[in-house]
Design a protein around this ligand. Structure first.
Ligand code: ADE
Length: 341
């Protein structure tokens, strides 16, 4: 084995050991490699090109949409395309001082990405206003009444915020994002392309039918597609010869309890609880207690896809399981239910 091969082998081993790294290496580095979200890419191309021509920082961007659709990936791509650095802040835990440290260390054109930006504390959001608008930061020196406010100039940077809950952003904060982009679920065809590409990148042998099957059951979400691919690959290695045939894929999906619609045990538990404990209709709070998940997780993670596939509707009286949900889970429809739709 040559030195080169040895090096590659070691690198591969390392990547395997560090799951995060594997996922990272799957991430596209340029807009041209990013699958789907065509409208978003078109808009980004325009804004990136214009900002480059003007030699200015890109306007602040707000990404809106369900989790797992590639908001972080897109932020990284934007920094790559602008030829600048990406810095990340974590919304809920960030304090004013953390933000000040990050902001004052940004270089011209750098991208600051904040995920779950709706969970950033109100006073931290507010300290971003002058930074977003005039690229200055108001810093308090000293404490209480004797504190002095000094204005620190910042490099012209781009804030990219990602949120699953646009409605929770304060109006003035929302308005300071010059570009708002909405991400939507991927089609099975788009997901299949990503599965194929990632399979090739990871040297996973997978039949076309199996790709299609995984894509169909990925809930329109790239993150889920990747997870399924790796889980099913493990199954194929242990139960087969490592190749993900259609048959192995179906077997594995059954083993992992992923159903025809891509729902897992937790999704089905949610629906069953709604139907069995509440007769098909419940308020968010009651349901959250009954399934032991916090309300936000239900709203952000579970419900959007159930709504999209028509298993759930939100009414003023609460969450309502639809006929399709009853049918899918094998329940008889209650008499009154028919009249509701
Ligand atoms: N990884 C996450 N989102 C992706 C996308 N849309 N295309 C390719 N790889 C991705």
């Amino acid at each position: 084995m040559s030195e080169h091969d040895e090096h590659d082998k070691q690198m591969e081993q390392l990547r395997r050991e560090e799951g995060e790294e594997v996922e990272y290496s799957l991430r596209p580095q340029a807009l041209a490699e990013f699958i789907g979200q065509e409208r978003v890419k078109e808009q980004l191309r325009i804004h990136i090109e214009a900002a480059k021509q003007r030699k200015e920082a890109l306007e602040h961007i707000l990404f809106v949409g369900p989790p797992g659709l590639g908001k972080t990936t897109l932020a990284k791509i934007i920094a790559n395309e602008m030829g600048t650095n990406l810095k990340q802040g974590i919304g809920p835990t960030m304090e004013r001082l953390d933000l000040a440290t990050i902001l004052t260390n940004l270089d011209e054109g750098d991208v600051l990405f904040v995920d779950e930006i709706h969970r950033m504390k109100g006073y931290v959001q507010e300290s971003l206003y002058p930074a977003m608008e005039d690229y200055t930061l108001d810093l308090a020196i000293g404490q209480g009444a004797s504190a002095d406010i000094v204005q620190v100039p910042l490099a012209r940077f781009t804030l990219i915020g990602a949120t699953t809950r646009e409605g929770l952003l304060a109006g003035p904060f929302h308005d300071r994002f010059g570009i708002r982009l909405h991400l939507d679920y991927y089609t099975p065809e788009e997901i299949q392309i990503a599965i194929r590409r990632n399979g090739e990148g990871q040297k996973i042998e997978i039949e076309e039918e199996a790709e299609r099957e995984l894509a169909r059951r990925s809930r329109g979400t790239m993150r889920i597609a990747n997870k399924l691919l790796f889980n099913v690959r493990d199954y194929a290695v242990v139960k087969g010869n490592g190749v993900i045939t259609h048959e192995i894929a179906e077997e594995a999906l059954e083993f992992f309890r992923i159903d025809e619609f891509g729902l897992d045990e937790r999704d089905r538990f949610y629906l069953r609880t709604l139907i069995e404990k509440f007769g098909g209709r419940a308020g968010l709070k009651a349901l959250s207690v009954a399934v032991s998940e916090d309300e936000r997780t239900l709203e952000d993670v579970y419900e959007p896809y159930l709504i999209k596939i028509g298993f759930l509707t939100l009414t003023r009286q609460g969450r309502l399981a639809t006929d399709h949900a009853y049918e899918h889970l094998g329940y008889e429809l209650p008499d009154y239910h028919q009249t509701l739709f």
